[in-house]
Design a protein around this ligand. Structure first.
Ligand SMILES: C[S@@+](CC[C@H](N)C(=O)[O-])C[C@H]1O[C@@H](n2cnc3c(N)ncnc32)[C@H](O)[C@@H]1O
Ligand SMILES: CC(C)=CCC/C(C)=C/CC/C(C)=C/C(=O)O
Length: 297
């Protein structure tokens, strides 16, 4: 994702869910007795959720918050817009990378991530890295991401058409790994156990978001759709029109008598994970086992 300024403006559902869930979990998270917490946020995008909704709720004397994203353009946009915040830092980071930069290992009291992990196909790798970001003993993470969303069915439908298949051959890479899971909670819980988290909850929340107006839903799709940058501007408009028609064919579009436009209904499943890293002894054992396993592979 690279359209930072558009995402900054067209990300209402992401802001709504992230803010609400953080307000709930702030009471559950294990904040340091000295209040000097360090936080890293994964997939911060334009930084609006982290800086406008999470940062103001952090303990008053927290030490630092690191905003990270795989996209250098997103990181630069966030730095331009929020770099004035003294305790905020900004860094490019692929949470599914094979090896974490050494300076990030075992450094953070908390890992947060909002609306990012459904973009990551290797979620086990991501969880291993998240665990390694946390301080050796303890530390916790709050992860909020999509299990499924109708936009993925729209992508899969259009990818089969003669008209768009050439632009969407890698469509599967952009579908949430849990989109077609019959039990996303169990699937992700298994990953958490396999990556050494011993104390965790996984909630699957059935949510709905209503997009008012055709242009609004187009802007929200445009902000996150990975295929548009492969098309000319004229083709982009045609593609967005076909997305809207596909949504209508799925009976997710309703006439809005007040505006003579339409409302677009998006029912989706949201995964909310809260997990704590085990104590030092157990952590060390797990990391040693992982190192030996890697050497034997
Ligand atoms: C939908 S945005 C979410 C932004 C912000 N967290 C929010 O809640 O609005 C998803 C972000 O995840 C980033 N992303 C995708 N894959 C990633 C990866 N492997 N590692 C880190 N960030 C990634 C994208 O570049 C994008 O900025
Ligand atoms: C009715 C309908 C399909 C509306 C489009 C919903 C939409 C824009 C979903 C985006 C989901 C997503 C991948 C969000 C993100 O990563 O931030």
């Amino acid at each position: 994702m690279n359209l930072a300024s558009l995402y900054h403006r067209a990300s209402a559902v992401q802001r709504r869910d992230s803010k609400q869930i953080f307000q709930e979990y702030i009471k559950v998270m294990k904040w340091r007795a000295d209040g000097r917490d360090t936080i890293i946020d994964i997939g911060s995008g334009s930084g609006n959720v982290l800086m406008d909704h999470i940062y103001p709720l952090l303990p008053p004397n927290f030490k630092a918050v690191l905003s990270t994203d795989i996209s250098a353009r997103m990181v630069e946009f966030a730095r331009q817009n929020y770099g004035y915040i003294k305790r905020a830092q900004f860094e490019v980071l692929d949470i599914a990378c094979a090896e974490l930069p050494h300076h990030l290992c075992n450094r953070f009291d908390h890992v947060t991530s909002f609306y990012c992990l459904h973009w990551v196909q290797d979620q086990k790798r991501a969880l291993q890295n998240i665990r390694q970001l946390l301080r050796v003993s303890g530390g916790d993470c709050l992860l909020v991401f999509l299990a499924n969303n109708p936009i993925y069915d729209v992508y899969l439908t259009l990818a089969k058409t003669q008209k768009w298949c050439d632009y969407m051959r890698d469509v599967q890479q952009f579908i949430s790994p849990l989109h077609s899971s019959s039990d996303p909670g169990a699937e992700f819980s298994k990953l958490l156990a396999e990556t050494g988290f011993v104390d965790y909850t996984v909630e699957i929340r059935n949510e709905i978001y209503v997009y008012d107006g055709t242009q609004n839903v187009k802007d929200n799709v445009k902000a996150i759709c990975p295929f548009l940058e492969r098309m000319s501007p004229a083709m982009q408009e045609d593609f967005l029109d076909d997305i809207v028609q596909c949504v209508a064919d799925m009976n997710l579009r309703e006439a809005d008598i007040n505006t003579k436009d339409f409302k677009f209904i998006a029912p989706y499943k949201l995964v909310v994970v809260y997990a704590r890293k085990p104590n030092e002894f157990l952590s060390t054992m797990i990391e040693e086992t992982e190192r030996v396993t890697k050497r034997l592979m």
